[in-house]
Design a protein around this ligand. Structure first.
Ligand code: AMP
Length: 506
């Protein structure tokens, strides 16, 4: 066995008849069938010259065949490059030009567009649709199922994932076979995964959460995956009786809580609910515990590092905390400017080092150098603190920190106070240009259904609870918070929307 991630996760799968993936339409695929499918794809890829370090860019809907293509790419030694299906043609062109893939696989609906891009930037184009049909499958149909997986070392590249890039250009995070296998195998242990598990998979597969956490962990444990095209609360609830684990972004849990069918009985067969990719409100954690008896296990990670910290499987899962660093992962909190280590309880920059930390940004040596300390720690850009029990608490992205009148304001502190006010469903706090203060603390608030809570009531509730400089200068009511597909609030969108709020031009 080499260090190729495929071997680490799926060695021996070719003779394993147990179910690997069940699809939306009720049909299922065994581990052996998945191995045969990706073997066929790998033979096809090799036949068109794809091998170590070639990039395979994939912009397709979720399907079993897309998963097989991911695995086939690993087996050839090439680098898998998933692209968010929501990217516009201009964004897609940027990624293709930047990554120079040998092969681009896209949805048939986008074929003309991708061919036009490939004509300029290079690369061969094949198609694959959400039902698993397309020119890729046709081209691979007559190839043999056996494929000799290409040997790779832990330092060889397995994937490039572009970060969501809410500011500036997206960066391609280069992940190695070692990064991905160490993280998957650690999580199997930490979260007690086994072949008895049945995972509800409703996440997209172009992101670290749905692909590397959900799929890799399940494969390594030989668990069964219930593959859902998209999030559907009723379907998930109906499936829980025969499932054991759900992995979701916080929005999944908020939406599931809206259903009256969510209770101890409907979740009795479940052993684990995992949340991550965006902050889970302490309120959601508590409400879930009250309704189901289960404490959601919140974990923290990012594209560049995979998973960094997790609440414990056994032991206290603390609402509002992302738990302790995973085994072999070092986490420290430092002064954002000086880099000096900060004591327990103080908020600073979260830095990470370990086998999970990526190899750098594709084609961006300067950006890479700027985000690593000399001793190898990666500067995550997230602000947080450790508590006395060694649990990490995230207070937000560094770039979301508000500096008003020379004081630092952490949006999360304000949001937590606002969310606790009756009549408030959720909130997001941002800093926007303000002539006197530099930045004005500004709250976007979503009312709970039927509530008529107003700006005055919110400001009154906060006075006495927060120091004057932390109190919002304005509260703006919105129908909903802008979120990306992973449930992250897009604060840049709010900052743009409120840019003129204090200039008199709004
Ligand atoms: P991505 O690279 O798209 O996975 O985004 C990573 C970022 O999501 C992190 O740097 C954090 O800012 C945020 N994030 C992920 N998990 C959590 C969590 N449990 N709580 C708060 N923020 C999180």
């Amino acid at each position: 066995m080499t260090s190729n991630l495929y071997d680490r996760l799926l060695a021996g799968a070719a003779s394993d008849q147990s179910i690997c993936i069940e699809k939306d339409d009720g049909t299922a695929l065994s581990y052996a069938e998945l191995a045969a499918l990706n073997g066929r794809f790998a033979n096809f890829l090799a036949s068109i010259g794809i091998g170590p370090n070639h990039r395979v860019a994939v912009k397709v809907e979720k399907s079993v065949e897309a998963v097989a293509l991911y695995l086939a790419t690993l087996r050839t030694g090439a680098v898998y490059l998933p692209l968010n299906t929501a990217y516009t043609p201009t964004e897609t062109e940027y990624f293709i030009r930047d990554a120079q893939p040998t092969l681009i696989v896209c949805d048939p609906r986008e074929e003309a567009e991708l061919r036009a891009i490939a004509a300029k930037a290079g690369g061969r184009v094949e198609t694959l649709d959400h039902r698993g049909k397309g020119s890729l499958v046709e081209a691979a149909a007559d190839f043999p199922v056996r494929f000799e997986t290409v040997a790779r070392t832990t330092d060889d590249l397995a994937a490039i994932l572009y970060t969501s890039g809410t500011t500036g250009r997206s960066k391609g995070a280069m992940l190695t076979h070692g990064n991905l296998s160490s993280n998957a195998l650690t999580l199997v242990q930490e979260w007690r995964f086994s072949s008895k598990d049945v995972l509800i998979h409703a996440l997209p597969i172009y992101h670290v959460h749905g692909l590397f956490v959900a799929c890799n962990v399940s494969f390594a444990a030989r668990a069964r995956i219930l593959f859902m095209q998209k999030f559907d609360a009723e379907r998930i609830l109906a499936t829980m009786a025969r499932s054991t684990v759900l992995m979701g972004v916080p929005t999944f849990y908020v939406r599931l809580l809206e259903s009256t069918d969510l209770n101890e009985r409907s979740t009795a067969n479940m052993r684990l609910f995992v949340a991550g990719s965006a902050p889970l409100l302490a309120e959601t954690h508590r409400a879930w515990k009250e309704r189901t008896g289960h404490a959601i296990l919140e974990r923290y990670g990012m594209t560049e590092t995979g998973m960094i910290a997790s609440n414990p499987y056994e032991g206290s899962r603390i609402a509002g905390s992302v738990g302790r660093p995973l085994p072999a992962v070092e986490v420290r909190v430092t002064h954002p400017e000086t880099g000096a280590m900060l004591p327990v309880g103080e908020v600073g920059m979260i830095e990470v080092k370990g086998p999970n930390v990526f190899a750098g940004y594709w084609n961006m040596p300067d950006k890479t150098a700027a985000e690593f300390r000399a001793d190898g720690f990666f500067i995550t850009g997230d602000l947080g603190k450790f508590d006395a029990n060694g649990y990490l608490h995230i207070v937000g992205r560094g770039k979301d920190l508000i500096i008003t009148g020379g004081f630092n304001v952490y949006p999360k502190e304000i949001e937590t106070e606002i969310d606790a006010i009756p009549g408030v469903s959720e909130s997001a706090v941002v800093g926007v240009p303000h002539a006197d203060f530099g930045e004005g603390v500004t709250a976007a608030v979503v009312r709970s259904p039927g509530s008529s809570v107003d700006e005055r009531a919110i400001l009154a509730a906060l006075s006495g609870r927060l120091a004057k400089f932390k109190q919002p200068k304005r509260v703006v009511f919105v129908e909903g918070l802008p979120r990306n597909a992973m449930g992250k609030v897009q604060k840049n969108v709010l900052r743009e929307r409120f840019a003129d709020l204090y200039s008199g031009r709004a």
